[in-house]
Design a protein. Structure first.
Length: 201
């Protein structure tokens, strides 16, 4: 910002935060003519303001939004995996009885041998964890790429998949995965409409 300020003795002093050649010619003329003291602020942002504006824009940029979505998908994947394979406490006798029943109940498969309900549940849980991991990896992979039709298609398909997972979670599971994957889907859609801009120093 270029500022004309009083020096306390009835004349003006030119104070500049950057290059002197950027000063307003009219303001220079006022200084030479010994005009009355006042404060003139020529509208030019300070470097600190530039940095703050660049930071705010970067926080809402395409790569940043995609990385937030990828992080939410990763957290959901970790939570699901840990919750699936954690040990059931001994005092939950009803849960142990249900698990024993599921292990003992066999389901015939169209091809191959029969599988127990517990095996089917474990297989579905592993598939869910791999699905969430794949969504997170895809989002991290495209976060550093410029906007392009192929990249935008991958981003859109991943967002739709996460949105579908959020709907399934609210119907069959509990709110936490719904919120995380839902926010990830929304952020991915928003990021898809933004250009890829690198942060300025």
């Amino acid at each position: 910002m270029t500022v004309l300020c009083s020096d306390g003795i009835g004349s003006l002093r030119l104070a500049q935060s950057r290059d002197e050649e950027d000063a307003d010619p009219v303001a220079r003329a006022n200084v030479r003519a010994g005009a009355r003291p006042w404060l003139i602020v020529i509208a030019r942002p300070l470097p600190r303001v530039h940095r703050r504006q660049n930071t705010c824009f970067f926080l809402m940029s395409r790569p940043f939004l995609i990385r937030i979505a990828a992080t939410l998908a990763t957290i959901t994947c970790l939570g699901h995996t840990i919750g699936t394979f954690m040990t059931v406490p001994p005092e939950q006798t009803a849960m142990h009885a249900t698990i024993a029943t599921m292990k003992a109940t066999m389901v015939p498969m169209p091809v191959g041998g029969a599988r127990s309900y517990m095996q089917i549940l474990d297989g579905n849980n592993v598939c869910t964890a791999l699905f969430l991991l794949l969504c997170a990896v895809l989002l991290f992979a495209v976060s550093g790429l410029p906007s392009a039709p192929a990249t935008d298609r991958v981003l859109f398909i991943t967002a739709v998949a996460l949105a579908a997972f959020a709907v399934i979670s609210v119907i069959y599971f509990f709110p936490v995965p719904t919120v995380f994957t839902g926010i990830a889907a929304v952020l991915s859609i928003i990021a898809r409409s933004r250009p890829h801009v690198t942060r300025q120093p």
